[in-house]
Design a protein around this ligand. Structure first.
Ligand code: AMP
Length: 413
């Protein structure tokens, strides 16, 4: 099947051709006709499946078929993170470049005034994170009374991050008569509950995972004492001359310390997490993609929604508290056809977490001790530092240090 057979407008086909896509991905083949028909959708698709074009292309087409040139907000796309909002915003601009529709991206952590100005000029499409969106509606800077289409992107992440109240508030102020699209990597009972509360006779579609860990990702465990993890990481990166490494750490402070340590060891690294300004995160990501820094140290939440898949190396400096997060993390590696490598540095304190992960994967991950980094048999397991709930969100910092996703509903981020 090709894009033309999906009945897309010439302006969209031209933009798609310029992007270099030959044929629609499975989720696009399923989603595009249904969205064009006006059906509500519950779509199971994670990053990497082409889901963004799956909702953006038909959304643009629907707005065009009924275009009043009034630049009122007619489509609202909600995303869990600033980065994802920015990426979806880019996609909307790219696919819509030959259409007269205007769009803007709205997220917290940056000055609100340029966003107010952009809205004042008039846009058809708003791509937003929930908190800042509510700030703008409460300031009467954003009128949502003309919204015809709502997309909830990465809905499971939004619930994980505690956005449920914000989402409910937003749903309550939207016009009742609208088309709803919900995209989520997983269909937990919470997601099904949310879906049941606002989708109207939805069709359910699902895209197979892009790269299942078993096929494309080689997983390894390197047992090592906790205090020697940094050294081992530096040794692995240097001795193998790895160029693009995504390292997952458990806390923001830990990520900072690790990035500083690696940089001192002459391995250019940057940390990316919620305490960093938006410009610092964008720069770190750009530097990483361009090769100016070799290592990006990220927390799970900061890494979500980042368009940095298909990396050669993903390293778990610490194992995640939630086994499913391990699968998400290692899904970042595995390049088209080539096997990627997912390495976990595991100290004695993490054996229980490792067991949980292996139970979820239904297999043991091969474990090798690196000469010179043998764990000291006299060290006993310590409980994993608390201050984290089951999802790995930090809960022990004072308010002003809380992660930007942990904000209270309706307040500025
Ligand atoms: P997404 O799942 O929306 O984050 O998209 C993942 C990646 O796939 C992005 O880099 C897109 O540019 C790319 N992509 C989307 N649709 C197609 C397609 N039909 N053919 C090739 N690549 C695509």
């Amino acid at each position: 099947m090709n894009f033309k057979e999906l009945g897309l407008l010439n302006e969209l086909l031209k933009a798609i051709e310029e992007k270099g896509y030959d044929s629609p991905t499975p989720i696009q083949q399923l989603a595009i006709p249904l969205v064009l028909e006006g059906t509500d959708l519950m779509a199971g698709a994670q990053t990497g499946t082409g889901k963004t074009a799956g909702f953006t292309l038909p959304l643009l087409q629907k707005l065009m078929l009924n275009c009043k040139h009034q630049h009122k907000v007619r489509a609202l796309i909600l995303t869990p993170t600033r980065e994802l909002a920015a990426q979806v915003g880019e996609n909307v601009k790219t696919y819509g470049k030959y259409l007269p529709l205007k769009s803007t991206v709205i997220f917290g952590g940056v000055n609100i005034n340029p966003q107010i100005n952009a809205l004042r000029k008039g846009v058809e499409i708003v791509i937003a994170t929930p908190g800042r969106l509510l700030d703008l509606t409460s300031q009467q800077a954003l009128d949502l009374t003309s919204v015809e289409m709502l997309v909830l992107d990465e809905a499971d992440r939004m619930l994980d991050m505690g956005f449920i109240h914000d989402i409910r508030k937003i749903l309550a102020i939207l016009p009742k008569n609208r088309q709803n699209l919900l995209f989520s990597a997983t269909f937990s009972p919470e997601i099904k509950n949310l879906a049941a509360s606002f989708l109207k006779s939805p069709k359910t579609i699902e895209a197979a995972r892009h790269n299942t860990p078993a096929e494309l990702v080689v997983q390894r465990i390197y047992p090592v004492d906790n205090q020697r993890k940094k050294e081992l990481l530096s040794f692995l990166i240097s001795s193998n001359n790895w160029k693009q490494v995504l390292v997952f750490a458990r806390t923001k402070h830990g990520s900072n310390r690790l990035a500083q340590y690696l940089t001192k060891e002459k391995i250019p690294a940057a940390a990316i997490h919620g305490n960093k300004s938006q410009s610092a995160r964008t720069k770190a990501l750009e530097d990483f993609k361009q090769g100016a820094i070799r290592v990006l140290v990220a927390t799970d939440i900061a890494a979500r929604g980042l368009d940095i898949n298909q990396l050669p190396h993903v390293i778990n400096f610490e194992l995640p508290n939630v086994p499913e997060d391990y699968v998400h993390r290692i899904g970042r590696t595995g390049r088209a056809g080539n096997a990627g490598e997912a390495i976990s540095l595991v100290c004695i304190d993490e054996h229980k977490l490792l067991q949980d992960i292996e139970r979820l994967l239904k297999k043991k991950i091969p474990s090798t001790i690196i000469a010179g980094y043998e764990p000291d048999p006299s060290i006993e397991a310590q409980p994993i530092p608390n201050g984290q709930n089951r999802r790995g969100h930090q809960t022990s910092f004072p308010k002003r240090h809380q992660h930007f996703h942990g904000k209270k509903p309706g307040t500025s981020k």
